[in-house]
Design a protein around this ligand. Structure first.
Ligand SMILES: [Fe+2]
Length: 304
């Protein structure tokens, strides 16, 4: 193994790690160096690592327990439940349901009460050009808001809803109904302190229905502003994939989007391992997802 080197890739986030072979066990020093670089750069790219599924799983386990993808049972690698296939390769003679996955800004699994801590995505096949992924630094998104806005958001919870995954209406309706049942709406704090760095960041994305205790009408413009702000170019890094790249991102302080900037008739085949996060959200258990404006108006009519 050579000398592990980290090179900054983007102004806001992104670092490239070379001089490390991920096929074998990682020693303690290398593991600590990777973790340190991860906390500093948030998204790490390891080029030239053409791992098997078992090797990817073994490498990912250095950083925590792995998600078994129970919330997305149809999209797992049949031989390895820890691997989610993000692919446009037909599966079982049918178009892949994950061929358009991740087409809006999101952090992984925030529609569950245990969003992923991080993910490791390996590129196995890709078209000659395109199929890029962008990440955004959500620490910076939070820190560049006014003190008044930060104070307001510090007390807010957002409702994350699997139904808002982009393109879901094009998937198999029976599977989607089952996935909705497995993933009822869940409320998460809009601002979370990172457990390792202590820095506050936004927990955001375009799979949010509204804010707890507010109406959809009240929530929509705030959400639109936050989503636009968080995707500001100066907070982003855009990765142009090569086969054999593994990208490891911190899901607690970044969000990402998979761009459709490629020839969709060409194969793009990726394998994802996700690190199990801490339990953090709460299910609404019959509580209305957002306040109902009609009911509020009726209440007003009754008291006036
Ligand atoms: Fe994702």
């Amino acid at each position: 193994m050579g000398q592990l080197t980290v090179r900054q890739l983007g102004f806001a986030l992104g670092g490239e790690v070379t001089g490390i072979d991920l096929r074998g066990p990682l020693n303690d020093l290398a593991r600590r160096q990777v973790l340190e670089a991860w906390h500093k750069h948030l998204v790490l790219v390891f080029p030239g690592q053409d791992l098997s599924a078992a090797q990817q799983i073994a490498f990912s386990r250095n950083f925590g327990e792995l998600e078994d993808n129970e919330s997305l049972p149809y999209y797992r690698d049949p031989a390895h439940k820890e691997i989610l296939l993000v692919t446009n390769k037909p599966l079982g003679g049918k178009p892949s349901e994950t061929r358009n996955t991740g087409r809006n800004w999101h952090a992984d699994l925030t529609y569950t009460p245990r969003p992923a801590k991080g993910s490791l995505l390996l590129c196995k096949e890709k078209p000659a050009v395109g199929g890029d992924t962008m990440w955004a630094n959500l620490y910076l998104a939070y820190e560049t808001l006014s003190a008044t806005m930060r104070d307001f958001l510090d007390r807010l919870e957002a409702i994350h809803d699997f139904s808002l995954v982009k393109g879901i209406e094009k998937r198999d309706p029976e599977k989607v109904a089952e996935l909705r049942r497995l993933n009822p709406p869940v409320a998460h704090a809009v601002v979370k302190a990172h457990p390792e760095t202590g820095r506050k960041s936004l927990c955001l994305g375009q799979r949010i229905r509204g804010f707890v205790g507010m109406t959809e009408e009240e929530s929509a413009p705030i959400l639109a502003f936050l989503n636009e702000h968080a995707a500001s170019y100066e907070f982003t890094y855009r990765h142009r994939w090569s086969v054999g790249d593994i990208v490891m991102w911190d899901n607690r302080c970044t969000q990402h989007v998979a761009l459709p900037d490629f020839d969709q008739t060409r194969i793009r085949h990726m394998m994802r391992c996700s690190l199990l996060g801490d339990p953090s959200g709460r299910l609404l258990d019959g509580e209305p997802a957002v306040e109902d404006k009609e009911t509020l108006l009726q209440t007003l009519a009754a008291v006036s």
